[in-house]
Design a protein. Structure first.
Length: 565
């Protein structure tokens, strides 16, 4: 291995001191030198592997976005591939090319030749990309996939149905011991959802089957369905984790699960709903990384970004964020709070429920069972002398008028409303019973938003929409000439969908004097909308089309979430 160090120094990848430190770490942690170098961050796995390949006269292969023919994958059993961290790559003239991450593991080479009973040729790739390729081509989880486990349950006739006595007893151990495979299945399901970047897991019972779906980038994707007989045991396991009453099957229940999956500490919000075929369960995966988003990363256009930042720096007034459930309103508000979260400001939030915990911010959870609702919390909040208040949702007259009172007494108030666009929020508040003059005097800006999927960066390629599509979208030939339309071909990075990740499209309406006058006069949404557009408001649809012409998303995505004005 001294040779590897010398080669890395010769190529200018490492310095002598770094090599010395890597050797010390390798000895103390009983690691291979190449692993120690990568762990310390002195070189990437690819750089080290390329040098090793040159030293041992092997070929290096980059497995990213390289499809492996299913016929080749079938030649090596999944258990052999996982146990030895190897992946079959190609077959030629009876020789099987197998990729490994350690060029000196001769024992494994011999074992492969013996197990596969054929001539094996070795190639090199990084361990991470080999594991990723195994997950991609065989299953999702190290050791076993949820799909393969479901297959196991389908093939065997083990009865997991829960007896009424067990359910009545509510004894954790009873369910745990009789359903050890179920414990594994629930853990695998959550881990798989994390690896697939899912935001929700849906377990839905039907007459003859149980459907499991993951919501990935806002779109539901169906997984293999477990047999109907597993439903009771599956739900009991989830209820135990969420500290719910496992005997209660007729009422709705809510709970939380704290679990470690895929190397991450996760918070899951669990909801149980009785349906005609049993209880339907939705687990919402709350990933703390999702809210570490700055205002700049939300996807606001340059003009809207400047206006939004000026609005959140105002000393008082109400800023409303509107949109349907799951349109990223909470993320936007938390990004604004993170920007304002300084030692010289006091920030209090009232939420139902508190989904993410923010350091340095006082968060209060609504608890209807003891009468602790939004209006009571806001009243108490104001006695705590805050600078910034976040009200989770303005859902009735009392909450809206309390928020307005708070803004008029010198506080900056953030809140959300369920309306389709920004101008609609003004008439919605008047409909709730808030006088029009109070709405006009307290609201400083309204931001409407939707989420669109972003074209995958690994497989995106130039794409020319047809003349019919351009015309339907309202894109002029001049605009189309200067645009760079993109579409994802579909690769392993994006799960063959062509999209990976999401970004907001926005409609920001600051309360200018003209809009304020119309609001005060009780004008309709249509009139307020016309006035806002005439003074430069970019609509949701226009912002979406702008992102299409920049190659960020596609026309299909914009049509899915917004309509042409």
């Amino acid at each position: 291995m001294a040779k590897l160090g010398n080669q890395l120094i010769k190529k200018g990848i490492l310095g002598p001191e770094q090599l010395q430190e890597a050797e010390t770490v390798a000895r103390s942690r009983k690691l291979k030198l190449q692993d120690a170098i990568v762990q310390l961050g002195y070189a990437s796995g690819e750089q080290v592997m390329r040098v090793l390949a040159a030293m041992h006269k092997y070929e290096y292969y980059d497995l990213n976005n390289v499809p492996i023919p299913p016929a080749v994958v079938e030649l090596v059993p999944e258990s052999v591939a996982r146990e030895n961290a190897v992946i079959p790559f190609s077959e030629e003239d009876g020789k099987l090319k197998v990729l490994v991450s350690d060029p000196e593991d001769f024992e494994t080479f011999d074992k492969l030749q013996f197990i596969l009973n054929r001539k094996v040729e070795i190639g090199l790739s990084t361990r991470e990309s080999i594991i990723e390729a195994i997950n991609r081509n065989y299953g999702q989880i190290d050791g076993e996939s949820a799909d393969s486990m479901l297959q196991e349950f389908t093939d065997t006739a083990i009865d997991f149905t829960e007896t009424e006595d067990d359910a009545e007893a509510g004894d954790d151990d009873v369910v745990d011991e009789t359903s050890a495979p179920i414990v594994r299945l629930v853990q695998l399901m959550i881990t798989e959802a994390v690896q697939l970047r899912a935001s929700d897991i849906h377990v839905e019972p039907f007459e003859d089957r149980v459907r499991i779906r993951y919501r990935i980038d806002g779109v539901l994707v169906e997984r293999d369905s477990p047999p109907r007989r597993l439903l009771a045991a599956l739900l009991s396991r989830i209820k135990i984790l969420a500290k719910m009453d496992i005997a209660e099957r007729r009422r709705t229940q809510d709970g939380r699960i704290k679990i470690t999956a895929g190397g991450k500490e996760l918070d899951l919000r669990v909801s149980m709903l009785p349906t005609s075929h049993g209880q339907s369960c939705v687990m919402r995966l709350l990933d703390k990384d999702n809210i570490k988003v700055g205002v700049r990363q939300l996807g606001l256009s340059e003009g809207d970004f400047r206006k939004f930042r000026n609005l959140i720096r105002r000393p008082n007034g109400i800023l409303l964020v509107t949109g349907p459930t799951g349109s990223g309103k909470t993320t936007t508000l938390y990004a604004a709070l993170n920007e304002l979260n300084r030692p010289d400001r006091k920030i209090i939030t009232a939420e139902d429920p508190v989904e993410y915990y923010l350091p340095g911010i006082n968060q209060v959870e609504v608890r209807h069972s003891i009468g602790l609702d939004f209006s009571l919390i806001i009243r108490a909040m104001l006695r705590q002398a805050p600078n910034v208040i976040l009200v989770g949702e303005m859902r009735d007259h009392e909450t809206a008028s309390m928020g307005i009172q708070a803004s008029l007494t010198g506080h900056l108030v953030f809140s959300t409303l369920h309306t389709n666009d920004a101008p609609g929020a003004v008439t919605r508040m008047v409909d709730m019973g808030v006088p029009a003059y109070l709405v006009a005097g307290s609201v400083i800006g309204i931001l409407a938003q939707r989420l669109v999927r972003v074209v995958c960066t690994k497989c995106k390629q130039p794409h020319t929409p047809s003349d019919g599509q351009l015309e339907a979208a309202g894109i002029s030939p001049e605009m189309a000439a200067g645009a760079s339309f993109m579409k994802g071909a579909g690769c392993s990075h994006c799960g063959k969908s062509g999209y990976r990740g999401r970004l907001g499209i926005f409609e920001l309406m600051p309360m200018t004097s003209k809009v304020r006058e119309l609001s005060f006069a009780g004008a309709s949404t249509v009139e307020i909308r016309k006035a806002a557009i005439s003074i430069g408001m970019t609509t949701l649809y226009e912002d979406g089309i702008l992102k299409v012409t920049q190659g960020i998303t596609t026309l299909e995505e914009v049509f899915r979430v917004s309509k042409k004005d």
